[in-house]
Ligand binder design. Structure first.
Ligand SMILES: [Zn+2]
Length: 241
C-alpha cells in the first residue's frame, strides 16, 4: 500500500512538473512570437500614431485634419497653380496621383533629422496603413524627382534608384522625352542645376561646379532644378512647342 501511494505521489508530482514546463514553454513561445512580430514589423508603424489626411496640396505636400501641413522629405513634385502663378507642366497630374494615394486616408509620419521647413511645414516620410511608402511611390510613378536636402538624406540613394527605374520605364513626367541638349551648370554640394546664365549658378565655387548637357542627364545624376532659372519648372522646356 505504502509503495503504491508513494508511486502515485511521485507520478502526480512529475505530472504537475510536466504541466508547469508546458506552460513555461507556451509563455516562451508567445514571447518569441512577439519578438518576431516586432523584428519584422516596420519600426515606424509600431512607434507612430496615425494622422488623417484632409486633402493634398500638390504632389509633395498634404494637409492633415489638425491643419498641419506635411511636406514629403527627399522629393519635389511640379507645382500646381497658386495665386497668380500657373501650374507647372505635370503639376496637376502629380497632385491627382498623390490624392489617389492619401486623400481622406490614415497615414503614418516618420520624421528626419530636421523636423520643420522654413514655411512651418512638417518634413516627413509618409506611409499608408498598408505600408505604401508615399515619398518613394511618387518617384516610382514618375510624378516627382529627387531633392537632395541635408540633413534629411536617409533614403536619398533609395529614392535615386527609384527615380532611375521610373526614368527608364518613362513613367509619368518622364514619358516621351527627347534628348534635347541644354547647357546646365550645377553645384556638386547642393546638387542643384541652373541654366548657363543664371546669376545663382554663376556664383558656384569653381571646385563645386559640374556641367551637364541635358536635363535628363542632370536629373539622372540626382540633381534638382533651381527655381530662379526654371520659374515654370524644368518640364516646360520639353512641353513648350
Ligand atoms: Zn538658377
Amino acid at each position: 500500500m505504502r509503495t503504491e501511494e508513494t508511486e502515485e505521489l511521485r507520478f502526480s508530482a512529475r505530472g504537475s512538473k510536466l504541466v508547469k514546463r508546458n506552460r513555461n514553454n507556451s509563455v516562451l513561445f508567445f514571447l518569441f512570437l512577439i519578438c518576431l512580430i516586432i523584428l519584422f514589423s516596420p519600426a515606424h508603424i509600431l512607434a507612430m500614431d496615425t494622422s488623417h489626411v484632409k486633402r493634398v496640396v500638390d504632389g509633395d505636400t498634404l494637409l492633415l485634419d489638425n491643419n498641419r501641413y506635411v511636406r514629403y522629405i527627399g522629393i519635389n513634385a511640379p507645382e500646381v497653380q497658386h495665386g497668380n502663378e500657373h501650374a507647372e507642366p505635370f503639376g496637376n497630374e502629380a497632385k491627382n496621383y498623390n490624392a489617389r494615394l492619401v486623400e481622406n486616408r490614415e497615414i503614418y509620419l516618420v520624421y528626419g533629422q530636421e523636423r520643420m521647413d522654413r514655411h512651418g511645414r512638417e518634413l516627413a516620410y509618409v506611409y499608408t496603413r498598408e505600408n505604401v511608402f508615399i515619398n518613394k511611390m511618387m518617384l516610382d510613378k514618375g510624378w516627382a524627382y529627387c531633392l537632395f536636402k541635408p540633413p534629411n538624406l536617409r533614403f536619398y540613394d533609395v529614392f535615386l534608384k527609384a527615380q532611375h527605374l521610373a526614368m527608364q520605364r518613362q513613367e509619368g513626367m518622364w514619358h516621351g522625352w527627347e534628348t534635347q541638349s541644354l547647357k546646365l551648370l550645377a553645384n556638386k554640394r547642393s546638387r542643384r542645376f541652373h541654366r548657363e546664365a543664371c546669376p545663382f549658378g554663376v556664383q558656384t565655387k569653381k571646385s563645386n561646379r559640374i556641367l551637364f548637357s541635358s536635363l535628363w542627364e542632370a536629373f539622372w545624376e540626382g540633381y534638382a532644378p533651381c527655381k530662379r532659372c526654371f520659374p515654370e519648372g524644368p518640364f516646360s522646356v520639353y512641353t513648350e512647342k
